[in-house]
Design a protein around this ligand. Structure first.
Ligand code: BES
Ligand code: ZN
Length: 460
């Protein structure tokens, strides 16, 4: 059987695959930092050259921001086309001192490859390139057509990709899309994700006096922007942890009984999660389980706060300015734009008159639910079963992939296969991010199997 030959070859090539992935991981393609612009481009070029090397037609396209890599091999006129989406950009690596080995010096330890981007998402989308390479080497052909879209702005909200999609509808036309940019439910429990949360990311700046002031000379008359800011922030949530912004929950789709039942049946261990987080208690939403709260309910978190003096010792100062970043994870049918407006109205109302306030929406992502009842989804179930040795469970994820909703709408695609090869404890966005080498291998196997399964499901 061909798949057995392919799996054998994946095993024998494993060390080379890891060496290649390390090259890509060594490039610090941090999309949010302008001083890394050149590195981001270098990563795009690396992916471009790799696509060419494995026998795809490939090119870089400008988007107005970081470039996208477009590659394809479409030899069969009457067979389906799979579009594979991934991102070569990464989140910042700070705090770097928390890393056991440097974030951009990829290192293998105890069966894991450690580096920023190892799991999110370089290691995951790379599995498709290796799957294509091995299928071509073993069979000399591809069972279906393939198109690849790897972008460099996912971690900053994909600000230019929407316009690019709209302009290149025909170029990207496909029958299904595969995205591996998430995780399994837990170790050895692979999953197909059918829901992602959305996001509304806000920044608040409060301006007090024109300049920093001596808190003795001016304390008592000069308004303090940090005091104002924390009083605003403290009113964003109610004492029970629910969100206090008027109208915030109005469009939230309630969880259906079947879904709560299905979530309750997943092999979820709250004890293990608490141990991983180093917490004795979780703060789930009243009336919802921990799993529901972290994947299917909306949230509000302060991500950062600044102002005044926080260095060594004491400084008696009334600062001129203070600020905070606040993100809200959204669920269907909340709209990032509407939520940003509700947030702005509420915060403006809360702001004391003696200081001035600026509120900016930094970026957003639409929440999505994708169909589970499609032949392509069944093909993915079989592919994961072949690659991981067990059938996947169906889950919703708490993270966001901003472009998914637009891919669905602009390309009019129902078959969106969200197949995370990572694990929840890979440390995405955190120090010591890693990707299990066995997941890397199982991901390549599953990706290879998916091409054959899509051929049998949709060409009969
Ligand atoms: N890979 C993640 C999304 C993800 C995380 C999916 C966990 C499933 C489980 C992605 O790269 C990411 O981090 N996205 C950002 C998007 C934001 C910057 C607009 C996120 O969710 O914070
Ligand atoms: Zn990602």
């Amino acid at each position: 059987m061909r798949l057995t030959d392919i799996f054998q070859k994946i095993d024998s090539n494993h060390d080379r695959y890891v060496r290649e992935l390390k090259e890509l991981l060594a490039i610090p393609s941090v999309s949010t930092y302008s001083h890394h612009r050149g590195d981001v481009r270098r990563a795009a070029e690396w992916v471009l050259n790799h696509c060419k090397r494995i026998g795809l037609e490939a090119r870089l396209e400008d988007t107005g921001g970081h470039p996208v890599v477009i590659a394809s091999r479409c030899p069969h006129q009457n067979r389906p086309t799979l579009l594979v989406y991934g991102h070569y950009d990464v989140q910042p690596a700070e705090p770097e001192e928390e890393w056991n080995t440097a974030p951009f010096q990829p290192t293998v330890r105890d069966g894991f490859l450690y580096a920023r981007g190892a799991s999110d998402d370089k290691g995951q989308f790379f599995t498709y390139l290796k799957a294509l390479e091995v299928i071509l080497a073993v069979t000399g052909d591809l069972p279906i057509n393939v198109k690849i879209l790897v972008e460099g702005e996912e971690e900053i909200g994909s600000p230019h990709l929407g316009a690019f999609l709209k302009k290149n509808r025909e170029l990207l036309r496909a029958d299904a899309i595969a995205i591996s940019d998430g995780s399994q439910f837990s170790e050895d429990v692979p999953a197909i994700t059918y829901g992602l949360r959305g996001l509304s990311y806000m920044q608040i700046t409060v301006q007090g006096p024109r300049t920093d002031l001596h808190s003795g000379s001016f304390g008592g008359i000069a308004p303090n922007p940090i005091n104002a800011l924390v009083s605003i922030l403290a009113q964003l949530k109610n004492p029970d942890g629910t969100i206090a912004i008027p109208g915030f929950y109005d469009t939230v789709a309630p969880l259906e009984p079947w879904e709560r039942e299905a979530m309750g049946a997943l092999p979820f261990s709250e004890e293990k999660l608490k141990a991983y987080l180093g917490l004795e208690r979780l703060c789930e939403e009243p009336g919802y389980s921990a799993l529901e709260s972290k994947t299917a309910r909306p949230t509000l978190d302060i991500n950062g706060i600044w102002g005044g003096f926080s260095g060594e010792g004491a400084k008696t100062v009334i600062p001129a300015k203070a600020g905070a970043k606040v993100s809200m994870r959204l669920v269907p049918h909340q709209k990032p734009r509407d939520i940003a407006a509700l947030f702005t109205q509420y915060v403006t109302r809360l702001c004391p008159k003696e200081v001035s306030l600026q509120v900016n929406a930094l970026h957003g992502a639409e929440p999505v639910l994708v169909s589970r009842d499609l032949p392509q989804v069944q093909a993915a179930v079989r592919a994961i079963h072949a690659g991981f040795g067990v059938a996947p469970v169906f889950i919703r994820e708490g993270g966001s992939i901003p472009i998914v909703n637009l891919l669905k709408e602009v390309l009019e695609l129902e078959a969106i296969l969200l197949l995370g090869w990572g694990r929840p404890d890979d440390g995405a966005h955190a120090p010591n991010e890693r990707f299990s080498l066995s997941d890397f291998k199982k991901g390549i196997r599953s990706a290879a199997a998916l091409f054959f399964e899509l051929h049998s499901c949709c060409c009969a």
